[in-house]
Design a protein around this ligand. Structure first.
Ligand code: SAM
Length: 329
């Protein structure tokens, strides 16, 4: 059997999103409630050894890219050592990270040394007060300093901005203008129903509205070539250093080229963010399963991957949606 993960629609899954924690030092309103969150107990979290072992199995199955996510990866103790361990998987072509910008200067230098050069930072407002209202934390200056530090060291930085018609529309144009001065990519995301409250309204500011709005402010927007499995549709303002993109995260127009598989910090394996966990690899591993059995478990999960996020969501219709922090955004 070939060492690759291919689903029944012929999509090759070679991109693993690995969550290392469900905890976060921010409380973004679209991700989790301010209080009363049931964080996972330590014993239920995959240990770093288990995460590394499972990573090895995924890499053997053809995974070439890993994104470390959470929760906030940098709140878990020992994260830098874990990242260093991951770099030893020889056939892994790329390790990337998603963070809210809680990365110290020293950690940034260490990431650079480890060969981790691409980072996504979540930032939903350039206005300090709105940043506070969204994240419920007064940390704008630290996050912006982190972004500047990353750029200074030559990291490829993408900013992820979740757009909400009631919160940060006034930040959209300043974000695009930021790309005039910095070689970064700002990506505007539709809000998804993973706020951990069970309440959600279909976003009015969908990808079409976002493009209309931006294009009414700038002349001559140019289309930029999108990556093969890109979820963002990317553009550039002529003469600007950076680019901007729009991610139809709720409209789900990109499922046809999906190459992703997700492992939560508790071992839940998902073949779609919108779908249920297909299996729990922590339980499989802790029950004493050998490598061959774990591979079979993963292959079986992949074989059942739904055509798109709508079909996957159907399977999950009766379950209240979890927080993105738990799912591993
Ligand atoms: N703490 C890290 C961070 O802030 O990037 C990693 C985890 S966070 C859950 C990953 C991404 O999910 C962030 O870009 C965040 O904005 C996004 N996210 C969380 N909840 C979301 C929601 N309901 N809709 C859209 N994006 C969401």
């Amino acid at each position: 059997m070939k060492n690759e993960l291919v689903d029944r629609y012929g999509r090759k899954l070679d991109y693993l999103r690995l969550s290392v924690t469900d905890r976060c030092n921010f409380r973004c309103y679209y991700c989790m409630p301010e209080e009363g969150i049931d964080f996972v107990q330590r014993k239920d979290l995959l240990t770093y050894e288990e995460l590394d072992y499972l990573t090895g199995i995924f890499v053997n199955l053809g995974v070439e890219k890993i994104r470390i996510t959470g929760g906030e990866p940098f709140v878990r103790k020992g994260i830098m050592d874990f990242l260093s361990t991951l770099t030893r998987h020889r056939t892994l072509k790329e390790i990337t990270l998603t963070s809210n910008g809680s990365i110290s200067e020293k950690q940034i230098q260490e990431l650079h040394r480890l060969g981790i050069h691409k980072i996504n930072i979540s930032l939903d407002a350039l206005d300090k007060q709105r940043f506070f209202e969204i994240t419920r934390r007064d940390k704008f200056d630290e996050v912006f300093a982190c972004i500047l530090n990353l750029l200074k060291l030559g990291f490829e930085v993408k900013l992820n901005c979740v757009v909400d018609g009631n919160k940060n529309i006034a930040d959209i144009i300043p974000f695009v203008k930021l790309t005039a001065h910095y070689p970064l990519s700002v990506r505007f995301l539709e809000e998804m129903p993973f706020n951990g409250t069970g309440k959600f309204e279909v976003p009015e500011w969908n990808h079409l509205a976002l493009y209309d709005y931006i294009s009414s402010h700038f002349k001559g927007i140019q289309k930029v070539q999108d990556g093969k499995n890109s979820t963002s549709v990317n553009y550039q303002i002529p003469g600007y250093q950076g680019t901007f993109g729009i991610i139809p995260a709720f409209s789900r127009t990109f499922c046809g080229t999906c190459n992703r598989i997700r492992l939560s910090a508790t071992g839940e394996l998902r073949t779609c963010l919108y779908g249920p966990a297909v299996t729990n690899l922590r339980d499989v591993l802790r029950s004493g399963a050998n490598e061959a059995s774990i591979k079979t478990e993963i292959r079986d999960a992949v074989a059942k991957k739904e055509k798109d996020g709508f079909d996957a969501e159907e399977l999950n219709a009766k379950t209240p949606k979890k927080s993105m922090s738990f799912l591993g955004g």
